[in-house]
Design a protein around this ligand. Structure first.
Ligand SMILES: [Zn+2]
Length: 105
């Protein structure tokens, strides 16, 4: 008898969970504890399954406290003089995230 592997593999499930957790965090952005919890779970799955997060996902939370970085709410944003580097400062723990942009729109 052949052993068939399920067509849905584990990394597909993990990928879906990552997307769902990210969406849930965004939908619950007002609830700081809950959204940080979702981001934390998302990061656990991503490191456990060695799945890289999308750039947009990686840029959207504080790597230290998992706070969603929402400009004007949970993040202070400033653009450095060069114009291609944006700094998000987490208002919860103060960690800064530097994001290098290509051509600005
Ligand atoms: Zn933080």
């Amino acid at each position: 008898m052949h052993k068939h592997k399920s067509p849905i593999n584990l990394s597909t499930i993990a990928n879906n969970r990552i997307k769902i957790l990210f969406d849930t965090a965004l939908l619950n952005a007002e609830d700081l504890d809950y959204s940080a919890h979702c981001i934390s779970e998302m990061r656990k799955i991503s490191s456990h399954h060695r799945i890289k997060l999308d750039k947009i996902m990686k840029e959207s939370f504080c790597r230290k406290c998992n706070n969603l970085l929402l400009p004007g709410k949970t993040a202070k944003v400033r653009v450095l003089k060069k114009g291609n580097e944006i700094v998000y400062k987490c208002t919860i723990c103060g960690t800064e995230k530097h994001i290098i942009r290509g051509i600005m729109h």
